[in-house]
Design a protein around this ligand. Structure first.
Ligand SMILES: C[S@@+](CC[C@H](N)C(=O)[O-])C[C@H]1O[C@@H](n2cnc3c(N)ncnc32)[C@H](O)[C@@H]1O
Ligand code: SF4
Length: 397
């Protein structure tokens, strides 16, 4: 199987400026990994390399496995009219960008569906103009409408979610979504050609579940037509009752808080996967040439695919470095380290500066607590996507 490092030449061939921004983030991440984990009396802004902005709770789709809007999605229990009132206005985001831009973190805009944040385009443009690497994760259904401006504004990367070929994808993500996404890809490709621009790098992201794994090859075959620059297979975020219970007890004991978010991933879409078949499918895909790099996150020893899906208590990555170099700003201004499990709040950008929050007592309490845990992670972190990306590979996995 190709290694995930295979995407690096793609970025370098695209544009030196873009590559330099990415490289700078990798350097800071590497530094975080090798230096002793600090908590109090350290300016953590020095190592800030990635900031997620979850711009809106709203979404126009209801993908079944989604922790926010899926079968067990947390957002389904909230009053949307109340949540929408809390959305951070563009001007406050601009102030935060001004504050963090000198540190040159990579930025990642997501949601909900980020195109439902009313000022997505001006915000992304402001970030690009400030010299930041701007990536946007979208369900792709609005790409066609805004293609001209996205290319003109030089977004760095767009991560588009697509889970299978038409019929299976639409059973997961909603009727008509496949065709809308493909129309979006083609519109961006046309604009890139017309405007003679290499931006944005178009990446497709596929979450592997028991509903789509048999259809992954059909999707990659179909991708020859709409030509993504990169395809990422995300093996999926899953949990079970035992892990949720352990996390609940832990967070109560250590921080005195209740948890709401992990349960959203307790979906069972990991169960019943024929792991040998899945391995064969992924191996075949990786061996063929589709004209773009394909990576799998986490990159797993094939013999451990069964562990990944069936033994959720067994960690495959450890020692999460997120609290020392990254953060997520929620649509209501709350700041968290954990993008998918935003239970522990560090502070709110409507009330404090980013720096105060990121170097504050609550952030340091979190750092100290996770650092003291066995394997440098909490019970609920076992299949967290951030840990899969930024955790330490456990030997043999
Ligand atoms: C929550 S969505 C938000 C952005 C946008 N609405 C979208 O769908 O791309 C962010 C990413 O999480 C992925 N996702 C949804 N459910 C997941 C799960 N159970 N495990 C891992 N990733 C998941 C989505 O497919 C998408 O790529
Ligand atoms: S489009 Fe994204 S946020 Fe919306 S339900 Fe699907 S995965 Fe969740």
């Amino acid at each position: 199987m190709k290694q995930n490092i295979s995407v690096v030449p793609l970025l370098f061939s695209r544009d030196w400026g873009l590559s330099a921004k990415m490289l700078w983030a990798f350097i800071k991440m590497g530094k975080t990994r090798i230096t002793p984990k600090r908590d109090y009396h350290y300016n953590h802004m020095k190592n800030l390399c990635l900031v997620y902005f979850k711009l809106t709770p709203l979404c126009n789709l209801r993908c079944i496995m989604c922790g926010q809007w899926g079968d067990k999605g947390k957002m389904k229990n909230l009053s949307l009219s109340e949540e929408v009132k809390k959305i951070v206005p563009l001007d406050r985001y601009k102030e935060i960008i001004d504050e963090i831009a000198p540190r040159r973190p990579v930025t990642y805009l997501w949601g909900g569906e980020p195109f439902l944040y009313p000022d997505l385009l001006p915000l992304a443009k402001y970030m690009v103009d400030k010299g930041l690497y701007v990536s946007v994760n979208t369900n792709g259904t609005y790409l066609e409408k805004y293609a001209e401006q996205i290319v003109r504004d030089k977004w760095s990367t767009v991560f588009v979610s697509l889970d299978a070929f038409r019929e299976t994808n639409d059973a997961i993500r909603g009727a008509g979504s496949y065709d809308r996404v493909i129309a979006g890809f083609k519109a961006i490709n046309r604009e890139k050609e017309k405007q003679k621009s290499p931006y944005p790098v178009m990446s497709m992201v596929t979450v592997v579940t028991n509903r789509n794994y048999r259809d992954l090859a059909n999707l990659t075959e179909a991708s020859r037509e709409f030509k993504p620059d990169l395809h990422i297979f995300n093996l999926g975020t899953y949990t079970n009752d035992t892990i949720v219970a352990a996390q609940r007890t832990f967070m109560k004991e250590k921080f005195g808080i209740d948890i709401e978010c992990l349960e959203g991933y307790n979906t069972d879409y990991n169960t019943g996967i024929d792991v040998h078949k899945l391995h064969e499918i992924l191996k075949d895909i990786h061996q063929k040439n589709y004209g773009h790099p394909i990576i799998t996150v986490p990159a797993l020893n094939p013999e451990k695919t069964e562990t990944y899906y069936s033994r959720l208590e067994t960690p495959v990555r450890s020692h999460c470095i997120v609290p020392w170099c990254q953060t997520n700003i929620d649509y209501n201004g709350d700041v968290h380290f954990c993008a998918d499990y935003p239970d522990f709040i560090l502070g709110n950008i409507k009330e404090q500066s980013f720096r105060e929050i990121y170097n504050g007592d609550r952030a340091n309490l979190f750092r100290k607590t996770i650092n003291a845990c066995e394997g440098g992670m909490f019970p609920g972190c076992r299949r967290c996507y951030q840990n899969m990306l930024f955790g330490r590979k456990i030997r043999g996995y």
